[in-house]
Design a protein around this ligand. Structure first.
Ligand code: F6R
Length: 366
């Protein structure tokens, strides 16, 4: 059932070229410049005219929501708020009939996410769901939605569900940008072609496995990790840190790289591994400075860079090269080495990666 893999998590990491493709199949045909999502079409006007989009989710799904905030605000120019479902539901939030609330959940059974959307529904908002499990409670409670087609995710640590969520959210941002006229046709076509090439690039990123095993060997006994990223890679930093702590029990924190000097920089010494996601994008020059700041304090830098980059590799201790793509799509590639890193470190530490202590696959109690 694990298809020859030692753990479900590894099998699911390796399924991503396929699960990403399945999540866009029939929804994106780049050759004919065609995009289609039935759930979105039904509410297209409402979506396009919404005062704002509120995304509610927990854990990894919340990280996918953060990526969507960058995508939707940039491509469709609709204000987006991303909320922890547990906080949103209890703070008497302001919700109107002109809001669209998007609930993201792999299992479709997360108690806080379900309660948050029920609250929003009672205030008259339109509820859109992005779930992986067909017919789940959240999927049934929404007005409309789009399934991720990641297939069953068994490993407790979410991997392929995350990239499937980001794929679906990217398509939604592109559809809304087109409808609202905020996304130029040339840029749209570029993004469509890029998105179609993502599964092959994920396949390539998976070939980094051996190199990541070597890095994991070096850092498996660390007690703390810092993950830094900017822009589209900021949510990926959060996700990398979450993956590491949940399955290897190593303390890890994800931060927007610029926030480092507002506190976490105090932690950096020669013992501290710092994973910096530093791909070539609009914040590249800024992240170069952040890497310099870490090196000046003798931190050990593990950098995720774009193929062919020479600047960051000249400063970092360990370099992992991933294929180039548009910054809008980079989380789909930059998260892959982080999933593998946490997996290998956890295995080397003898942890039960598929069923980490104290965690459940779906959190049906608050
Ligand atoms: C992380 C993880 C959890 C879930 C969270 C939300 O790897 O598995 O953080 O992402 O419990 O679950 P869903 O998406 O099922 O609502």
């Amino acid at each position: 059932e694990k298809g020859g893999y030692e753990h479900f998590m590894l099998k699911e990491i390796y399924e991503q070229p396929r699960s990403i493709l399945d999540s866009m199949r029939g929804r994106l045909v780049a050759e004919s410049n065609h995009m289609m999502m039935s759930g979105v079409r039904e509410y297209e006007n409402k979506f396009a005219n919404a005062d704002r989009i509120i995304i509610v989710a927990c854990g990894t799904s919340w990280h996918a929501g953060l990526v969507a905030e960058y995508l939707i605000e940039d491509l469709a120019r609709i204000p987006v708020e991303v909320e922890y479902a547990s906080e949103f539901r209890y703070r008497n939030p302001i919700i109107t009939e002109k809001d669209i609330v998007v609930a993201i959940s792999q299992s479709g059974e997360t108690a806080d996410t379900l309660a948050a959307l029920e609250l929003a529904k009672s205030k008259g908002a339109t509820i859109f769901g992005i779930c992986n499990v067909v017919g789940s409670s959240i999927a049934r409670a929404t007005d409309a939605g789009a399934y991720t087609h990641a297939g069953p995710e068994i490993g407790v640590a979410s991997t392929k569900a995350f990239t499937a969520q980001v794929t679906v959210l990217t398509l939604i941002a592109m559809i809304l940008g087109t409808k609202r006229g905020t996304l130029e046709t040339t840029k749209l076509h570029q993004l469509m072609a890029e998105l179609e090439s993502i599964p092959a690039k994920v396949e390539k990123a998976l070939k980094l496995d051996n190199q990541i095993v070597e890095i994991s060997e070096i850092f498996k006994d660390a007690t703390n990790f810092l993950y830094l990223g900017r822009g589209y890679n900021f949510p990926v930093a959060l996700e990398g840190a979450l993956k590491l702590k949940e399955i290897s029990y190593i303390h890890a924190e994800g931060y927007p790289a610029a926030e480092m000097k507002h506190g976490p920089i105090a932690l950096i010494d020669e013992q501290m591994p710092v994973v910096v996601i530093a791909t070539k994008d609009s914040s590249y020059d800024k992240i170069v400075s952040n890497v310099q700041e870490v090196k000046a304090r003798k931190g050990k830098v593990i950098a995720i860079v774009t193929e062919g980059d020479t600047t960051i590799p000249s400063m970092a201790d360990y370099v992992i090269e991933i294929p180039e793509t548009s910054e809008h799509l980079m989380p789909l590639l930059s998260v892959i080495p982080l999933q593998l890193l946490s997996y290998h470190i956890a295995v080397m530490r003898g942890c039960n990666v598929d069923q980490p202590r104290n965690l459940a696959k779906s959190v049906t109690v608050e």
